[in-house]
Design a protein around this ligand. Structure first.
Ligand code: ADP
Ligand code: MG
Length: 403
């Protein structure tokens, strides 16, 4: 069901409560002051904020930061984030050191049209993660409209996502959520869909268990599923290939074997590996095909696998990539991951729809400086996985239906 968009709301002279995802990494300086070290998520909210203030509305922002578990923790205050946001926009940005209570009500009521107020970390409130109805009603009472633009938090039914949407008379999607849905829904199986084929999924990362749901769901629509990263070793074990000391999830080997049996024409596994004896960047490495000897771990896909995977990606019509191909944080084991990022940009240039998602995958493509050369970089980690699994995201489902 399509949802009401921020664009269709008459926000002029109105106060809009916006749930954003400002869960950004902070750096502590020598003088103990904190600053934002990666502002990707803050920038992602700017189109929605601009849409409100440029039309004469004002915005009250809610976000979580980290995991303070219902207790105020000065280390996780959003104050440095407010300062950073202020530097990114010409709009007047203020910060309220509380998210609940009379001070919050005052700050919201004093807000001038065309300005922004960021409230303190929602997770300082025990009712946030418990999806407390009273807390949600308090937040809803601060404004005329509610807008959810925190795609990365929409898979959680918290007071600032699902709760506040439920009790707001009008709850709309922000422009970021709208864009995420527009891109990601193209990957969902739909009867009338004309997806550009071949549809290739590249799935890597640390754990099979995190991604099994998405893999199963993707297998119903992809032409090829290219597996890399640590999760490949669980699949290789399922084929009785020796994986040495590589990361293997013993309790998922049977499931991997089952998938390989039912989808053997779709699934590709690495045919060679970069191995080392230590989980360290400077550990001497070499390339092996097939079995990984005892005392060694696979830390990246090998050159033959890179070639095969790149060829599949270059000739694809649609590509989704989630999960690094190796321990990309160590430069000596980043080659496979960077090679996938490069192939994706080539596919994009030849007209393919290319989507990258997942915290570490996005970090990897950003580090390679290629993030602007793919069709869409998703801001959702867990939320994207659940969306692609076909699950309903509570923070989106509760929004007002478009008529
Ligand atoms: P994403 O956040 O993109 O969804 P994941 O969180 O699933 O990705 O996985 C990323 C992690 O997987 C990275 O920290 C990376 O170092 C690790 N990883 C990838 N390949 C290997 C490997 N062969 N051995 C150990 N860890 C790996
Ligand atoms: Mg991750």
């Amino acid at each position: 069901m399509a949802k009401v968009s921020i664009e269709s709301l008459d926000v002029s002279g109105k106060r809009v409560l916006v749930r954003v995802d400002f869960n950004v990494p902070l750096l502590t300086g020598p003088d103990e002051s904190k600053s934002v070290s990666d502002d990707t998520r803050i920038r992602a909210a700017l189109p929605t904020l601009d849409s409100i203030v440029s039309r004469g509305g004002s915005a009250v922002l809610l976000s979580h930061l980290g995991r303070p578990k219902g207790i105020a923790d000065p280390e996780l205050s959003l104050e440095p984030v407010a300062a950073h946001l202020s530097g990114l926009t010409r709009t007047n940005v203020s910060f309220c050191p509380e998210s609940v209570g009379p001070q919050t009500v005052n700050a919201a009521h004093q807000l001038q049209p065309g300005s922004i107020l960021l409230l303190e970390n929602t997770r300082f409130q025990p009712g946030e993660e418990a999806n407390d109805a009273e807390l949600a009603s308090f937040w809803a009472s601060l404004s005329d409209f509610f807008v959810n633009d925190a795609f990365g938090s929409s898979h959680r039914a918290h007071a600032s996502t699902e709760g506040v949407a439920r009790v707001s008379s009008t709850a709309a999607m922000g422009l970021l959520i709208q864009k995420e849905i527009e891109y990601l829904s193209q990957l969902l199986p739909q009867p009338e869909q004309d997806l550009k084929r071949p549809f290739v999924a590249i799935i890597g990362g640390a754990k099979v268990s995190d991604k099994m749901g998405m893999i199963k769901s993707l297998l119903s629509s992809v032409d090829y599923l290219l597996i890399g990263g640590a999760m490949a070793y669980t699949f290789l074990r399922a084929q009785s290939i020796e994986t040495g000391d590589s990361l293997v999830e013993q309790d998922r080997i049977d499931l991997a074997a089952e998938l390989l049996q039912t989808a053997q024409d779709q699934i590709a596994l690495p045919s060679d590996h970069v191995i080392a004896s230590e989980f360290q960047n400077d550990s001497p490495s070499r390339v092996v095909s097939q079995d990984i000897p005892e005392g060694f771990l696979g830390l990246d896909i090998g050159p033959e696998t890179i070639d095969a995977y790149q060829n599949r990606i270059r000739s694809a019509g649609t590509v989704i990539w989630n999960g690094p191909m190796g321990v990309f944080e160590m430069p000596n084991f980043a080659r496979g991951t960077v090679a996938m990022a490069e192939a994706l940009t080539e596919a994009t240039a030849s007209g393919a729809l290319t989507i990258v998602g997942g915290g570490d995958s996005v970090a990897a493509i950003t580090r390679a400086g290629l993030e602007s050369q793919v069709s869409h970089v998703s801001t959702g980690g867990g939320a994207m996985l659940e969306f692609l699994e076909g699950k309903t995201l509570p923070g989106i489902a509760t929004l007002t239906d478009a008529v």
